[in-house]
Design a protein around this ligand. Structure first.
Ligand code: GLA
Length: 612
């Protein structure tokens, strides 16, 4: 188990480094991420390098038995970087130095300097005994709309579409006279007069994902010969133009950053299950989390034990440890209030005491078997991107909310779910939930059909299968790609202005449709008697947004103690009680306390040796 966090010694005088190593040892820290934002310190002016301080830090950590996840600093170019290598917003504003992530990934200068600094680090530290892994860059996701980007975008489009004719067709440029007759006419989706073309915007995100990946690959090629694994920390958010599923094939270890907000337990379980999906079921790593929670514009202290519970949950779901941003809370700079494993108050604090307890706990954990999931929820980053377009039939459409709801309903009822891609092997699941899967290729639709016809239960919700991978509507009745499988045809979308009550007593909101039965039966109807939920053999369709309770009733999920998280891995059950009441758990021997248990107290946790 890895345990530690981002370590930024350049923010502190040397004496603190020695105290850091002493405290890391006390806390059981065994891995720290060093150098993420150090470019300006490593190369204070172009071509002039200072590695002395980093030599000293790595030697000190090594002497203390702490391994290093060594970063390349390319997410934060130094102030001497030329303006032409900084990113330009969609409005044409060239970003100024003064924060971070001010680079254009398509700038040849930025690329060249990135390779240079990575090569120097590989050369100098590739054989350092403290080196455990390489951490390329930080949270890839920067956008740019400059001329370098435009040129790279055009080259990418030629590769994807081949001909302008194919591009014009894929983008439906016949609408509003956008027909292109030369590649040079195509620009990044810069600010324009009214609604942009959604297919243009979608392809630009796909391009950015590949373009950023090109930057990662260049560094990986330089670092990999050192023999240490190479990774980067994935950031998850609506603004991120990165398809992590594609990227996961390129990293040696999938690593994610996670900062839950509204409902930390269910959000943490979701993020962890998504990371496990990207990792193809292999171990992954929670690279960053915080000792506090950002919610409603506030930075909230975690309650006693919460740091531990929210670390144990990802470990239960496949993380190879728990890492934080950051080791020591900064005294100044943009994130001085973000908190740290060593807070401003110092080691004589509740946070540091819990940090030490967590380190001791993780050191007692042994590898467990694979996570066992009976259900899957489909996840498709491109459908998320497509459903962020303006001009949709309802501004309340929220892909992430729909997927999270499906996952949360299962989670709250004690069902461990995998996230899966529509092209994936679904045959091992009893139930597959398909929320708002807007873009669907013919092949993926055939995959879902095979699953349902093979005896699986497929629960499809509204807006799934409506469009092809370029966002073009499949005509002839929605959802075009799944109409026959579901035995229905949707004639009209009818977004709701307020909640309505269905014939089964459940409350529906946000969305409704005029559904015609074409072989399916109605399971529940709208107040006007038209079908709201339908069933065609194993293929169910939900044409509206149900409440969590309504969703659970539809899936036939039995009650489950509030706040209790159970994850089975082989003969081991990870049990975490996030609630405020005692909860019964499958009786077993707790490998952490070496006692036998059948109940967890509020806030309690256990790793039970328990027969299925
Ligand atoms: C991200 C970044 C860190 C830090 C944290 C906290 O995860 O990778 O550098 O900014 O957020 O905000």
């Amino acid at each position: 188990m890895y345990y530690g966090g981002d370590y930024n010694p350049e923010q502190w005088p040397r004496e603190v480094w020695h105290e850091d190593v002493t405290l890391m040892r006390r806390a059981g820290v065994n891995l720290v991420t060093v150098g993420v934002f150090s470019w300006a310190r490593l190369e204070p002016s172009p071509g002039a390098h200072d590695f002395g301080w980093l030599d000293e830090v790595l030697d000190l950590l090594h002497a203390g038995g702490i391994r290093v996840n060594l970063a390349t600093p390319t997410a934060s170019p130094p102030p001497w970087f030329p303006a032409e290598a900084r990113n330009v917003t969609a409005d044409g504003v060239r970003l100024a130095h003064g924060s971070r992530d001010t680079y254009c990934v398509s700038s040849p200068y930025y690329r060249e300097r990135s390779r240079d600094v990575a090569a120097r680090l590989a050369d100098r530290y590739g054989g350092h005994p403290a080196l455990a892994m390489w951490h390329v860059h930080n949270e890839y996701g920067s956008w740019c709309h400059c001329e370098h980007t435009a040129a790279a975008f055009r080259a990418w489009l030629r590769g994807r579409h081949g001909t302008l004719e194919a591009l014009n067709d894929a983008w439906t440029t016949a609408f509003w006279g956008q027909h292109y007759t030369a590649w040079e006419q195509i620009e990044p989706p810069r600010t324009t007069q009214y609604l942009p073309n959604p297919a243009h915007a979608l392809d630009f995100r796909r391009f950015l994902s590949d373009e950023l990946l090109g930057h990662f690959r260049e560094q990986k090629k330089i670092l990999a010969p050192t023999g240490a694994p190479v990774t980067t920390n994935f950031v998850f958010g609506a603004w991120v133009p990165v398809n992590h599923r594609d990227w996961a094939r390129e990293v040696d270890l999938v690593a994610i950053d996670h900062y839950p907000a509204a409902d930390p337990p269910s959000e943490t379980a979701f993020a962890a299950d998504l990371a496990r999906h990207w990792a193809g079921g292999e171990p992954w790593l929670l690279m960053e989390q915080a000792v506090l929670t950002y919610r409603g514009g506030r930075m909230l202290a975690k309650s006693p034990g919460e740091i531990t519970r929210l670390s144990l949950s990802p470990v239960a779901r496949g993380s190879q440890g728990a890492m934080f941003f950051q080791w020591r809370a900064s005294r100044g700079g943009a994130e001085l209030w973000h908190g740290g494993m060593v807070p401003h108050a110092g080691p004589d604090s509740a946070v540091f005491r819990e940090v030490c307890e967590l380190g001791a706990l993780l050191s007692r954990l042994r590898p467990a078997g694979p996570v066992r999931a009976e259900a899957a929820v489909l996840w498709d980053a491109e459908s998320w991107w497509a459903l962020q377009a303006p001009g949709l039939p309802s501004s309340e459409i929220d892909y992430l909310d729909a997927v999270r709801q499906a996952h949360r309903v299962l989670y709250r009822h004690g069902v461990t779910a995998d996230l899966a891609h529509p092209s994936g092997d679904l045959s091992g699941y009893r139930t597959v939930l398909v929320p708002n899967l807007y873009l669907l290729s013919d092949d993926d639709a055939a995959n879902l059909r095979r699953y349902a016809e093979g005896g699986g239960t497929l629960v499809v919700t509204y807006l799934s299968g409506v469009a092809d991978p370029y966002g073009r509507v499949r005509t002839g009745g929605h959802p075009g790609a799944l109409r026959d499988l579901l035995g229905i045809s949707v004639e009209e979308f009818r977004p709701l202005e307020g909640p309505v009550t269905l014939s089964n007593g459940d409350t529906a909101s946000v969305w409704s449709e005029l559904v015609r039965l074409r072989g399916a039966e109605a399971v529940a109807t709208y107040p006007d008697g038209s079908p709201a939920i339908t069933r065609n053999g194993g293929a169910w369709y939900v044409s509206t947004r149900l409440t969590d309770d309504g969703y659970a009733r539809l899936l036939g999920l039995p009650p489950h103690p509030a706040g209790l998280e159970l994850v089975r891995r082989g003969d081991t059950v990870f049990a975490v009680n996030h609630g405020d009441r005692p909860c019964p758990v499958p009786p077993g021997h707790d490998l952490l306390t070496c006692t036998t248990l059948d109940t967890l107290p509020p806030g309690g946790f256990a790793v039970l040796d328990s027969q299925p």
